[in-house]
Write a protein that binds this ligand. Structure first.
Ligand code: G3H
Ligand code: 13P
Ligand code: ZN
Length: 332
């Protein structure tokens, strides 16, 4: 058993309390490799933002859970090195945990926060599983995110063909019975780079897809039921069309890619939404940069020459998210 406190990590409690009071959201960025982690940390140090490092099922399969945990420990030291010994608040979070055993293994190895995603289970089973994780996690002061409502989209381990919005009438009961520290809700976001079908969107003058608005009415009702309670938005990538265009003009094939407009995320961040999950935008930034290198220099074969520019683009993206979208810059 290793306590996250020994590793210099923090849980989400204070981060969220400050974010709700201050009208901003904490960035939750997924990482699978060194370049992504370097970009996240250097961006957040540069803009002085707290950060949540997320490890998904896909990341654990790709990179190994133990290795990622040690990388996060290294990130605490890296952040201190970058800003004169001070560092920034860093939380290591399990993204979409799907069993008690998995959450326990992460808690035991030093994660400071876990998500137990029982959203695809029947309501009572979701409550029972989430409660069990909370009871274990809270013994070690690890914070827990639960989920109510189902997001559309596909992830490695969490697939939902049909979305359904969070029912505001369930949230008080769920939060009270489980004891969760934060709640992920479904108000129209979804995972991946194709968040809406073209037929759900309109097109602007340039032919770009414009998605329907998020269900801010549901968010407002939830906030009314749970005043001051931390709400989480998954599937919150904006799918920047500049990246889609670069990818598609450099040999890629992304069709009808569309995300959540940044002004809507800004609006959400000013409310009870205090954690915003972003993964796909980072993938797009890296892919656009790598494709550009290979188009401009097909003879390149040193990974540092394409992963380096990918890392630089990623850092730029994350700084922009903290400063202009989530409002977390300057809040470390
Ligand atoms: O929640 C979804 C994240 O984008 C993680 O996806 O399981 O492919 O790493 P992944
Ligand atoms: P995106 O696919 O919109 O980046 O969502 C990521 C996410 O929710 C991770 O849990
Ligand atoms: Zn998610």
């Amino acid at each position: 058993m290793v306590s996250y406190k020994e590793l210099g990590l923090v849980n989400t409690r204070e981060m969220f309390a400050k974010a709700i009071k201050g009208g901003y959201a904490i960035p939750a960025f997924n990482f699978n490799n060194m370049e992504q982690l370097q970009a996240i940390i250097s961006a957040c140090v540069e803009v002085n933002s707290p950060v949540i490092l997320q490890v998904s099922a896909g990341a654990r399969k790709y990179a190994n859970q133990t290795l990622l945990r040690y990388m996060a420990q290294g990130a605490v030291e890296y952040a201190k090195e970058l800003n004169g010994g001070k560092g920034i608040p860093i939380c290591l979070h399990l993204d979409h945990g799907n069993s008690f055993e998995l959450c326990k293994s992460c808690i035991d190895m030093g994660f400071s926060s876990v998500m137990i995603d029982g959203s695809s289970l029947p309501y009572e089973e979701n409550i029972a599983l989430t409660k069990k994780v909370v009871e274990y996690a809270h013994q070690y002061d690890v914070t827990v995110e639960g989920e109510l409502g189902v997001l559309a989209g596909v992830e490695d381990e969490v697939a939902a063909e049909v979305a359904h919005y969070t029912k505001p009438e369930e949230v008080i009961d769920f939060v009270t019975k489980t004891g969760v520290d934060s709640l992920a809700i479904s108000i129209g976001t979804s995972h991946g780079a194709n968040k809406f079908k073209p037929e759900q969107c309109t097109r602007n003058a340039d032919g770009i897809l414009v998605p329907p608005e998020l269900r801010f009415d549901i968010l407002a009702e939830i906030e009314k039921k749970l005043p001051g309670f931390p709400i989480v938005l998954h599937g919150a990538s904006s799918v920047p069309q500049e990246y889609v265009k670069i990818i598609n003009t450099h040999g890629g094939k992304l069709k009808d890619a569309v995300g959540i407009p940044e002004d809507q995320l800004r609006k959400a961040a000013k409310s009870a939404v205090c954690k915003i999950n972003i993964d796909s935008d980072g993938r797009l930034a890296m892919t656009a940069a790598v494709r550009t290198v290979f188009t401009e220099n097909p003879a390149e074969f040193d990974p540092r020459k394409y992963l380096g520019p990918a890392r630089d683009e990623l850092k730029k993206l994350y700084m922009h998210k903290c400063k202009d979208v989530l409002g977390s810059a300057g809040k470390a």
